[in-house]
Design a protein around this ligand. Structure first.
Ligand code: HEC
Ligand code: HEC
Length: 156
């Protein structure tokens, strides 16, 4: 019994040390040289990426990224700036792509005449992009690369 407890204690210690190491790594990347018990200066706001280019989706279900700046665009009970360009009736003059049909569906898949309330707050799913260097390393691999690896016999 005592031995089991010791093993469990050892395992917990190893886990805690590993977690601290990961945290320290992330922290140092995000905080720079600022010690953990003080607050550093806020980083300057990076410029938004503002182009007419379509951002490639990273996976098929991804809400498309917003390729333009949305600074000052209000979305509240009374108005929705996004809809002033993206709603069905406005796309003619704005040249913006219309919201797809899923934005008109309620949770039962019933298609409504107007944008569904659960799709009203656009920025819940769509985000604009900023010119930043990722502070933490990211080894995301596109699904096409994964599929290619599998097909070429790399089945680990
Ligand atoms: C002044 C008109 C205008 C407003 C307001 C506007 N957009 Fe756009 N949006 C566009 C146009 C035009 C495009 C097509 C790409 C381009 O020209 O930048 C676009 C592209 C997009 C796309 C990319 C679609 C795709 O298939 O890649 C998304 C997502 C989007 N906008 C979301 C939003 C959201 C969310 C808001 C509100 C926060 C918003 N837009 C406000 C005009 C507008
Ligand atoms: C709950 C998440 C969610 C919300 C909220 C949402 N969208 Fe989307 N949007 C998506 C997803 C997922 C897609 C891609 C699949 C699809 O078309 O349904 C998409 C696609 C789009 C597209 C591309 C349509 C096309 O045919 O290429 C535009 C433009 C867009 N959304 C604009 C908006 C605007 C404007 C709002 C706010 C009125 C909004 N979305 C709210 C998830 C969301």
């Amino acid at each position: 019994m005592i031995q089991l407890r010791l093993v469990m204690l050892a395992a917990a210690t190893v886990a805690a040390v590993a977690a601290t190491a990961v945290l320290a790594q992330t922290e140092s990347a995000l905080r720079g040289a600022t010690p953990i018990n003080s607050e550093g200066p806020a980083a300057p706001m990076p410029p938004p990426r503002n182009s007419a280019d379509t951002e490639i989706r990273n996976y098929p279900e991804q809400p498309p990224l917003i390729p333009h700046s949305i600074e000052g665009y209000q979305i509240d009970l009374n108005s929705n700036k996004c809809l002033s360009c993206h709603s069905r009736a406005r796309t003619g003059e704005s040249g913006a792509p219309m919201l797809s049909i899923t934005h008109f569906m309620d949770r039962d898949g019933q298609v409504l005449a107007a944008v569904s309330p659960r799709r009203y707050f656009c920025a819940q799913c769509h985000v604009s992009q900023y010119e930043v260097k990722a502070p933490v390393k990211n080894d995301f691999v596109d699904i096409d690369s994964l599929l290619n690896n599998t097909q070429s016999g790399d089945r680990r």
